[in-house]
Design a protein around this ligand. Structure first.
Ligand SMILES: [Zn+2]
Length: 267
């Protein structure tokens, strides 16, 4: 057991580090500097440990979701969009299979490619908020969280006409004050229970294995339709039709997050 736990810890650390490295390349863009250099640690009450993500999900179960009810439904979600290299190909695959999914939009990318956000909307998918500059929110203030969310929702509203109710924090990381703010302001925080690990550039078979071995009724699957400089999502995109066909054979229906969680897509 200790070996397994240590292995998991190393894998998690490597994952987070690579993920951050990946985005640090993207965020070298000077447009982002004022947002990335102003980190101020969140004040926590003396002597109390911050709640873990699992504890936050339990304490704020109506606001903070990572899966749906145990019915034979599954929701595909795609982060870090829009990206002209990958988003159109993901949309093509979903259209061929007749599946509606959920896309989490990065505000700085939406500003550059509004036509892709419009296409996501036009093809019947649900849009969620994935921050403006993809920061690690855990150690940031509520004010910074609020600013990233509201800046992105103004951009999304100007393109598709609504402010998304669904927020996915980058890396799935968030702290209690931020969850409280989201609750007070009528948002839902939505993570996932099935991680494809597609951002690593793994092949189609590996993506299929990661998803198909983990899906249970009510699952929320994490994939990406956008990436950092030099990254590839070919394996993830090629896996889409086979993931959908295999799960349909197992009796699953594909739904958007708003249908799975029985909530609205707008605030
Ligand atoms: Zn992301």
């Amino acid at each position: 057991m200790p070996n397994i736990r240590r292995g998991l810890l190393i894998a998690l650390t490597v994952t987070l580090t690579l993920c951050l490295l990946d985005w640090s390349v993207v965020l070298a863009d000077p447009e982002h500097n004022n947002l990335t250099d102003t980190t101020t640690p969140e004040a926590t009450s003396a002597g109390t440990e911050p709640l873990t993500l699992g504890e936050l999900r339990r304490k704020y179960s109506e606001t903070f979701k990572f899966r749906g009810p145990e019915v034979k439904q599954v929701a595909l979600t795609f982060d870090d969009v829009p990206d002209p290299r990958f988003t159109p190909r993901v949309l093509d695959e979903l259209k061929k299979q007749g599946v509606k999914a959920t896309f989490f939009i990065v505000g700085s990318r939406a500003k550059k490619h509004p036509e892709l956000v419009r296409r996501i909307q036009r093809e019947g998918h649900v849009i969620g908020n994935h921050s403006f500059s993809h920061p690690l929110f855990k150690n940031r203030s509520v004010a910074q969280f609020q600013s990233e969310i509201q800046r992105t929702e103004r951009i999304i509203q100007s393109i598709v006409g609504y402010k998304p109710k669904l927020i996915r924090p980058p890396y799935g990381e968030i702290n209690e004050e931020q969850v409280k703010w989201a609750k007070k302001n009528g948002y839902k925080i939505v993570n996932w229970n099935v991680d494809s690990l597609d951002w690593k550039g793994i092949n189609k078979e590996q993506v299929k294995e990661n998803v198909l071995s983990a899906v249970v009724p009510g699952s929320i699957v994490l994939q990406h339709a956008g990436g950092g400089v030099g990254s590839t999502l070919n394996g993830s995109i090629e896996a889409i039709p086979e993931i959908i066909q295999t799960l349909r054979k197992r009796g699953y229906h594909f739904v958007s997050l708003t249908e799975l969680l029985q909530t609205k897509k707008y605030k």
